[in-house]
Structures are given as C-alpha cells and as structure tokens.
Design a protein around this ligand. Structure first.
Ligand code: ZN
Length: 285
C-alpha cells in the first residue's frame, strides 16, 4: 500500500491511495485520526471512488512528533570520528521543519549558517499508540515508511547549539519528507533497503539500512520505553556515510543545488536549495 498527501486546485488537503496502474484515488478521512471511516486496513480512511486532483504534492504526513537518531550507521560514525554509541543518540526536530517534496531547503540567513549539510534517512511512521514494546513486536506499530532528509546546519549543531543538536537540525525546511508513505505491509524488513543521496545528479551517499547500529525494531522499542509514541510520530533512523562535513574539502549545500534522497521500495525525495530571504536577526536584546 502506498499513499500520498496533496493539495487539490482549491488548496484543500487530502490523502490518496496509489493504485498499481499508477493512478491515485482520493481517500476519505485521515490515516492518523481514529474517528474517520475504516477501510483498507488503515485507521481512519476509506476509498472515495474518485480520482485525486493533485495540484501540489505535500509531505505524506504531518508528524505529531519528530524524533531523530544520531550516529546510527557504523561507517557514518567512523567518518565523524565518533565512537560507536552504547545507547541510541536521541534528538528532536520540530514538526514545523517539515518540507514537501519539491519544496526548497532554505539555507538560514536570519540565524546565518555557512555549513548546511544533507542526511538521507529512512523515516518510520508510527500508526497506533506504542509504549513499552519489545523489539519482537515493534514493527506491528508501524504504519509505514518514507524518505527523509535530516538537513543539519553543522555550525549551529556543534559550536553554537549549546551542547545540543536541536538548534542546528530544526530550522524551517530542514525536514523534507516524501514523496509517498509506503505501508509496512510492503516493507517487511526495513533493515534491508538501499538508500542514497544525489546532489545535482552526483551520488554522495550510497548506503544500506542493514548497516544500522540499532535496527528499526530496536529503535522503536527503545523510544517506547516508559514513553508513549503517539500515532503520527515520525522517527528519522540515522544516516549512512558520505555526509558533506566528512568530505575533503567539506561539501556544504549551496543555493541552486538540487538534493535527492532515494530509498529502495519507497522512491525519490527531491528538493532544491535556496537562501532564506531574511536579514540577520538581532536576537540578543
Ligand atoms: Zn540524521
């Protein structure tokens, strides 16, 4: 099962189901609410019988919470010089940082950054409340998967972030998601997927989710410990080697670049890069 979220020509937002013939059928309801009609095995949705009038593709989900996992690929940890973590490295991004497929990644100008980087990541979408779940049962709580780019301003992440990664990872447009949500039924093993990043058509990351230090079931179990993961929670599961900060010289995103994150069995998420149109912000009073 594969769904998209889109705006119709009037600007109204809907979800749609992708049929095998390539057509899209509008869904009634929202897969992340519990009050809508039930159908197709997704909570809160049913088929409308009408084709989707897609004027603009949107991120396939509006996350209720957006967790990120750092240093979760062995070769990526090595390229950053970090030791392999003993526990998952957890941070959060704001749901407000989500960007649509095709929407621009804006390099911050108000809080200016010179070091904006890309990170291809498998995004896991939780479908029902999940708490204290063992790894063996964790995938039962997954609604589906999509591609994510965990865009990161390394200067704000490392030197100007107060010791936390959040500032550098949660600027507007720093969480592109899409192009579609692929149901968990179609991806029985999320740790068996190739993923890569292309900048202007050149492959810069070429990894595989089997290289994760903490597997997807392990991450869900860990995150659910004493903690309810609500439906609509999105988990960014870490990035493989090949980030721009590890290149020699470093390869920072520039206005005019085009970044594509591709994941096997899901698709390609492409975003252009532009500079935020804003004057430097005098935030110290
Ligand atoms: Zn990341």
């Amino acid at each position: 099962m594969r769904t998209i979220r889109y705006a119709d020509p009037q600007g109204t937002i809907h979800y749609a189901l992708a049929h095998p013939d390539g057509s899209f059928e509008r869904l009634l309801g929202d897969p992340f609410t519990s009050t809508g009609l039930r159908g197709m095995g997704w909570p809160g949705t049913a088929l409308s019988g009408e084709p989707a009038a897609i004027a603009r593709l949107l991120a396939p989900i509006e996350p209720r919470a957006l967790f990120g996992i750092g240093l979760n690929y062995r070769r990526h940890a090595a390229e950053t010089g970090a030791a392999l973590p003993d526990h998952p490295v957890l941070f959060m991004k704001s749901p407000g940082a989500v960007q649509d497929p095709g929407g621009p990644i804006r390099l911050p100008a108000a809080l200016a950054s010179q070091q904006v980087d890309y990170e291809a990541e498998l995004a896991v979408v939780i479908g029902r409340p999940c708490r204290n779940v063992p790894p063996q049962e964790a995938l039962e709580y997954v609604l589906g998967y999509t591609c994510a780019n965990d865009v990161s301003a390394r200067d704000w992440q490392k030197l100007q972030g107060g010791g936390q990664w959040c500032r550098g990872k949660t600027f507007d447009t720093f969480a592109p998601l899409g192009p579609c949500l692929v149901g968990a039924d179609a991806i029985p093993n999320p740790n068996a997927l190739a993923l890569r990043t292309l900048i202007n058509g050149t492959v810069v990351q070429d990894g595989h989710t089997s290289d994760m230090i903490f597997s997807v079931p392990t991450l869900i179990s860990f995150l659910s410990g004493s903690t309810t993961l609500l439906p609509g929670t999105v988990i960014l599961t870490g990035t493989p080697e090949g980030v721009g900060m590890a290149a020699t010289p470093p390869r920072w995103l520039q206005p005019g670049d085009t970044v594509t994150v591709e994941i096997e069995a899901i698709g390609a998420l492409t975003n252009p890069v532009e500079l935020e149109s804003a004057a430097p912000l005098a935030w110290r009073d």
